[in-house]
Design a protein around this ligand. Sequence first.
Ligand code: GAP
Length: 452
Amino acid sequence: MDEIVSLSKRRGFVYPSSEIYGGLANTWDYGPIGTLMKNNIKNEWIKFFVNLREDMLLIDSAILLNPMVWKASGHLENFTDPMTDCLSCKKRFRADHLLEEILKIKVEGLSTKDMTKLLKDNKIKCPNCGGELTEVRYYNLMFQTKIGPIENEDNSQNLFLRPETAQGIFINFDNIIKSNRVKIPFGVAQIGKSFRNEITAGNFIFRILEPEIMELEYFVREGKDMEFFEDWLSYIKKWYQYIGIKDENLKYVEIDENERAHYSKRTVDVYFNFPFGFKELSGLANRGDYDLKRHSEFSGKELSILDENTKDRYIPFVIEPSFGLDRLFLALLCDSYSKDEVAGEERIFLKLSHKVSPYQVAIFPLMKKDKIDDIAYKIYKELKLDFRCVYDDGGSIGKRYRRQDEIGTCKCITVDSLSLNDDTVTIRDRDTMKQTRHKIKDLKKILNKCFM
Ligand code: GAP
């Protein structure tokens, strides 16, 4: 993991946030290279889950919503973690994580009373200072804020930063079916930041305060929900192949009833083999009619749809595939991180799919003279129209290859003195390092074939 964190900083994927002020726990900033890759993942996700299908719409709802949304959704009551505080240093810890780490047991389904007893019986003390720990209590994970310039005592001004993007879809259900021609089954997708007051050490970007979530709510008739759940499970498996994650690094885990979210009828989580073990990468849940029913009750607005055949109205069931963008980003870095040896020296390269690699092609002039750089720059300007390209004329050619290898650039094109005579260049492959010579006029055709 340390190697991934170090590469991320060195090459501009991810930096510790607020670093010049000593940082802020569990927050990270995406650098220029990381931002390119993150956007590529998002674009591919939209392509795969929305554009390649005929039954999907995409929305972009607000982060701040009427507080009633969180009452109706159950987040005010249920979006909580069991915590214990240190009486000496005042640090707060996830009680379940402490017990799991120290006693190596599963604590899902245990009451706060049971967890407190386990802490006491096993004489577990504060991991920071060795102080006494309090009894375990549940704390809500939602961040609060206030609306308006003046702090006042009116509680109606208290707002929450959304902890998931899903609710923005449910509360727009009526707007969406009235403003679009949709028929059940159909889905609505959304990508956006969510905010969670996580206190546990994050393992780099695995657990952060503002994860970006890519999720969709797929509306189906009750009775068909289990069938569509299976369809989505297969579609998710195809997604991981499409985006280029090795199958052996993935595990599909059926979640027991007592471990599922309060709204879920069935959940299958996808686990990835991170350097710190197999951990949740994404989830698939059958939310039933829980959300639309609750919003109907709390808002007084009937959130149902008309069955064209029977003319009855009903509240659809919802199947929800949900992906953490930051976790997928980290999984892709870990999955693609590779090493080999070149002339007795270690080479690090990211074997990323061309779909997500920050750049697909790098163009180098071997020397900055004799018009070699003019030709290289012209090639760069032309290829840029069709591929994600970068121009690099700094340092030795070996250094330039290493730089591109470390950010996963798929192909490097080098223009040299031979190019002046025969209009050819070399194309070097990132993974095999094989170099082949080609006519400049054929480059587009060749690259198109590589990135099909
Ligand atoms: N709407 C359903 C939902 O939000 P979730 O399992 O709480 O479900 C979905 O979150 C995904 O978001 C997770 O599978 C995980 O990939 C990611 N995620 C959740 N909390 C996260 C955090 N604190 N940091 C990074 N990613 C997180």
